[in-house]
Every structure is written in structure tokens, then in C-alpha cells.
Design a protein around this ligand. Structure first.
Ligand code: GH3
Ligand code: MG
Ligand code: MG
Ligand code: MG
Length: 316
């Protein structure tokens, strides 16, 4: 932000920010319009072995959060040159939700009246300037630890325990939002239910543990193929849901058929035993006129038809 007319410097800055954000350490964003104050905070936080990015305005802070993500903790002066700290906090919560990041507010003695509304609006902690270094360090440390806990619990709540892909709860929470976003931008979306064929027979023949190995292997393959653009979840048992973000019925149908063919072509290694599995897929287009549950039901009916037509196929 100091280098905005220098493309080479901007490039360097972007790379530096990315380097910080992709490492495993706690990432702290210091937002303060006073350069001296900012430097002192950066210095203290760096000595706690956290990684720090610092910016001099609320707008810059919002930019970093929007473009990079990955920030765990924000330490923010409540009287910024371009924005009230309280407004910055509301904006952050609105754009990124409650769990994304913890926010500690700082203000001078004259501004101490800002503390209460800041905390009531969802600020996580508050400290008055000038502060005692030990207290600053301890608050940073505590709030960072809380955020690690929040992240770990959110991850657990969203994942399926056996396969570690998203679970049913996450699918139903996030699916409608993805669909709505895709349609609002004028894009397409479709929804698929994929079900392993004769899985009960596989369990009965080889045992439940081998069944679990197969579920994990299929999940890994699906996750690998589906990637981050689309939403993949285990809906239950041997049944998976996929929301294809940006794909209409034709494209999604080709996509599913390739998935189906690939799964059938590569036997799964279950303790040295190569097992060939097939899947059936029901696929429905999303138009924006129906509820999320109705699209899912449509996909389920197509799945039923795919099973009756002999399995190992895609119906839409
Ligand atoms: P279809 O081709 O019609 O889908 O037949 P299917 O046998 O796959 O379907 P069905 O619904 O009859 O059986 C699903 C089986 O999946 C029954 C259940 O024991 C098994 N199952 C569900 N969850 C798990 C799991 O977590 N691990 C294992 N090993 N098996 C599971
Ligand atoms: Mg069944
Ligand atoms: Mg099945
Ligand atoms: Mg099933």
C-alpha cells in the first residue's frame, strides 16, 4: 500500500504475503495508522514466533482478508485514519462470518469508551494503549489459541469421520449457498448423488473393514477428481453428493460419466486384494425455481432409475 505505483514492488509484496499465509504458523494482521505503534506491535508479535502482516488502514485490512484468507488474528487500532474500528469489525464479520478470524481492539486512553461497543459487536478482546508488553503478548497468545480451537472444531463439525471429506451437515449448510451464488452470477449448477453398487454384498463377502477401506479409497479418488471448485460430501453410508458449480446438465453428465468409468477401471487395493467397484449416479439440473431438497430428490429418483437399469451408469 506504500508501493502502489510500483508494479515490481507490488509483485514482491504479493509474493511475501502469500509466503506468510501458506506457512503453518499463526498469522496475525496488525492494523494501525500510526507507523511507530505498528512497528512496535509487529516486533512483539514476531518475537512470539507468529507471522505478521501489517497495514495502515481498514481498507487495506479488508483487501488482505478478501484476497488471501488464512489470517487467524487481527490486532486493530479502533481509531484508524480511514475507518472506525467498530465498522471494520462489522464489515469483517459480515464478509467472512463469525469463525473466520479473531479480532483484538486497541485504543488510547481518550478513546476508551470504544471498548464496550467493540466487544459487544463481537470483538474478542480489548487492550488500552500504552500497554504493558507482557499483557499484550499474553492476550495475543490466548486469543490465537482460542482461534486454533475454533478452527479445529469447525473442521471436525464439517467432516465425515471415516473418509475426511465433507459430511452431510456441511453439504446441506453450504450447498444452497453455492447454488445461489452460481445462479446469481448467471452461471449454471447441477447436483449429483453417487452410490456404490452392491456395497452390501462387498461387506458381506469381505467384511466391514474392507468395506471401510473401499469407502476411504473411493472418497480419496472423488476428492482428487472433484477438487475445490465443486462441493463433494459423504451423505451417508456409501452415498456421495456432488454440487457442480458452473456446470449445466450436459457438462456435468459427461463429468459424472468420466468419474464412473475411471472408478470402474481402477480396482481398489484392499489389503493386497484388487477389488473392482462400480457406481451409479443420479444427476439433476438446478434451475433456480425449486428448493434445494427438490433438486436432491430429483437426483435421487434418477439414481433409482440408474440402479434399475442395471447399475454402473449415469441417469439425468
Ligand atoms: P445398491 O447397488 O442398490 O446400492 O446396493 P447396495 O448393497 O450398495 O445398497 P444397500 O443400501 O442395500 O446397502 C448399503 C450398505 O452399506 C449397507 C451397509 O451395511 C453399508 N454401509 C453403510 N455405511 C457403512 C460404513 O461406514 N462402512 C461399511 N463398511 N459399510 C457401510
Ligand atoms: Mg441402496
Ligand atoms: Mg449402494
Ligand atoms: Mg445407498
Amino acid at each position: 500500500y506504500v508501493v502502489k505505483d510500483n508494479p515490481a514492488a507490488i509483485q514482491q509484496l504479493v509474493l511475501a504475503v502469500d509466503r506468510i499465509l501458506t506457512s503453518g504458523k499463526t498469522k496475525v494482521l496488525v492494523v494501525d495508522s500510526d507507523a511507530e505503534c505498528r512497528r512496535m506491535q509487529v516486533d512483539l508479535i514476531t518475537r512470539q514466533h507468529f507471522q505478521v502482516i501489517d497495514v495502515d488502514s481498514g481498507a487495506a485490512a479488508l483487501d488482505i482478508l478478501d484476497t488471501h484468507g488464512g489470517i487467524d488474528l487481527i490486532v486493530c487500532d479502533l481509531d484508524l485514519s480511514d475507518m472506525d474500528g467498530l465498522d471494520l469489525l462489522s464489515e469483517i464479520r459480515q464478509r467472512h462470518g463469525e469463525d473466520a478470524v479473531r479480532v483484538i481492539g486497541l485504543s488510547t486512553d481518550e478513546d476508551r469508551a470504544r471498548a464496550a461497543p467493540f466487544l459487544r459487536a463481537g470483538g474478542d478482546d480489548y487492550l488500552r494503549k500504552p500497554f504493558i508488553q507482557e499483557e499484550f503478548n499474553s492476550r495475543i497468545f490466548r486469543v490465537a489459541a482460542i482461534q486454533k480451537r475454533v478452527q479445529s472444531l469447525s473442521r471436525i463439525a464439517a467432516r465425515d469421520y471415516l473418509t475426511d471429506i465433507y459430511n452431510r451437515r456441511y453439504f446441506f449448510e453450504t450447498g444452497p449457498r453455492i447454488v445461489e451464488q452460481a445462479l446469481r452470477r448467471g452461471g449454471l449448477a447441477s447436483i449429483a448423488i453417487l452410490d456404490i453398487d452392491h456395497f452390501k454384498r462387498l461387506n458381506d463377502t469381505y467384511g466391514h473393514e474392507v468395506g471401510d477401506v473401499v469407502l476411504k479409497a473411493v472418497s480419496r479418488r472423488l476428492r482428487h477428481r472433484v477438487g475445490d471448485r465443486h462441493l463433494l460430501a459423504r451423505l451417508g453410508g456409501e452415498e456421495f453428493g456432488i454440487i457442480f458449480n458452473g456446470l449445466g446438465l450436459d457438462e456435468a453428465s459427461d463429468y459424472c460419466d468420466r468419474l464412473r468409468a475411471e472408478l470402474a477401471a481402477q480396482p481398489i487395493d484392499a489389503d493386497g486384494e484388487p477389488l473392482t467397484i462400480t457406481v451409479s449416479v443420479g444427476l439433476a439440473a438446478i434451475s433456480g425455481r425449486e428448493t434445494f431438497d427438490n433438486y436432491l430428490n430429483a437426483a435421487d429418483q434418477f439414481l433409482y432409475m440408474a440402479k434399475h437399469a442395471g447399475r454402473n451408469r449415469v441417469f439425468s
